[in-house]
Ligand binder design. Structure first.
Ligand code: NAP
Length: 395
């Protein structure tokens, strides 16, 4: 974010109605005209997030105001965000401040404001390959590899999770939408493994965002494993900020340990983050060699958020093509590994947590054996070159 902001220009379009307009009306009209330009993209919103220690250029575009313009800037909290006479804003301290911009040209006046949320510079999370975990910004450790349970139903789900737990897998990924939280919980309870050693992720679906408190309690009941390690919003949707705030509360209540998002990309994060208090611990997005998100991953990681990839093998219906890709199979052969293992290892070396889905115990086992070989920088580059921006699901 810092770098983006350095080159960002903030356009406060102070929309001035022609004729005599009261000060109050002017301010209201101007608010609606606030335009943020980051790089080539333009957004309209009220609150912007900056990282402590970064600066940004704030420039004013005042429509219908001919003649020589005088622009003045005032910060509500200069210790949090200061602003120079030329409109350079500096994020100095964590907190929130408003910058008011006033434009005067002859007798014409217009004003607007922008709210800036300053967050501390995040440390990118480091994968601990010895412990096979990563420390989240919430303070909890999350395993680097898990079992995805999308499309695993009934007894197949119970057996798959049991087999995974027997084979040392300690991260299980489910969701309200998968309709198998009960089965995941059952397998966990019956495993005999201490609850504290298992990491359970589930997700709220957009249809639940209107009544998130109820949805969280229902998930806890279905899982019946005491608490949820990681709760994600499955997709952006109506009331997502409301739902996230309910998740923040659930953390304070001890019902949930860490919270995060799924299917949020750069623009969505820029819009969403200024509106919430707790930085997500994890963002889970589609990532595989044919859809790599090479611009999104570092952006998220720089915010101190761990990236987790779904559809590591391209998802059902696409796995055959990906697992027989010549580049990948050649690399796999050179290491005496399977293509699946190479893909999972490639993810780990990019700092991406993996949750391959499987109901086959041999595959589940194979998918855990990814810590005793390493891809060279050249091999990583060769897989990176396979990217074709080919998304295998709509979200
Ligand atoms: N947040 C989201 O929006 C979202 C969306 C989709 C998925 N997800 C999560 O991500 C997880 C992973 O995605 P996914 O399960 O749909 O797709 P995936 O992991 O890309 O692929 C699963 C397929 O790969 C096969 N497979 C697994 N290991 C294999 C191996 N070692 N060798 C050969 N084939 C192997 C499985 O068949 P077998 O059963 O025969 O092993 C299954 O057909 C999901 O389960 C879910 O938890 C999240």
């Amino acid at each position: 974010m810092g770098k983006i902001w350095k080159c960002a220009a903030l356009f406060l379009a102070a929309a001035l109605a022609v004729g005599a307009v009261s000060q109050q009306q002017t301010a209201k009209g101007a608010e609606r005209g606030v335009v943020l330009k980051i790089g080539k993209k333009t957004y309209t919103k009220k609150t912007f997030q900056m990282t402590k220690g970064t600066k940004a250029a704030l420039t004013v575009k005042a429509k219908n105001m001919g003649g020589k313009k005088k622009v003045t800037y005032v910060s509500s909290k200069p210790k949090v965000v200061s602003v120079s006479k030329k409109g350079t804003i500096r994020a100095r301290k964590e907190g929130t401040a408003k910058i008011r911009v006033a434009v005067k040209a002859g007798k014409k006046k217009a004003s607007s404001w922008v709210k800036i949320k300053v967050v501390k510079k995040a440390k990118a999370s480091v994968f601990n390959f010895k412990k096979k975990t990563v420390r989240l910004n919430s303070g909890y450790d999350m395993p680097l590899n898990g079992l995805g349970t999308y499309s695993l139903e009934g007894d197949v789900c119970v057996t798959s999770v049991s087999e995974a737990l027997k084979r040392g897998v300690r991260l299980i990924d489910t969701a309200y939408m998968y309709d198998n939280e009960r089965e995941v919980g059952k397998a966990i309870r019956e495993s005999g493994i201490p609850r504290s050693e298992i990491f359970v992720t589930t997700k709220l679906y957009p249809s639940q965002y209107g009544n998130p408190q109820k949805a969280i309690d229902a998930a806890l009941k279905r899982l019946d494993v005491g608490y949820i390690d990681l709760l994600l919003l499955h997709h952006p949707g109506k009331n997502d900020v409301k739902a996230y705030k309910a998740m923040e509360k659930a953390v304070r209540q001890g019902k949930v340990r860490s919270i995060g998002l799924s299917n949020w990309y750069v623009e969505e994060l820029e819009e969403f983050l200024p509106q919430v208090s707790v930085t997500p611990a994890v963002v889970q997005n589609e990532i595989h060699p044919y859809y790599q998100e090479n611009d999104v991953i570092p952006y998220i990681q720089k915010l101190g958020i761990v990236v987790e990839g779904w559809y590591p093998f391209g998802g059902r219906g696409y796995t055959e093509e990906l697992l027989s890709d010549q580049t990948i199979t050649k690399i796999a052969k050179a290491h005496g590994r399977s293509a699946a293992q190479v893909i999972l290892r490639w993810n780990l070396q990019k700092g991406v947590v993996v949750i391959p889905g499987s109901s086959n115990p041999d595959h589940i086992q194979e998918n855990t054996e990814i810590y005793d070989f390493k891809l060279s920088p050249k091999e990583m580059r060769r897989i990176n070159a396979l990217d074709r921006g080919e998304k295998h699901d709509w979200y």
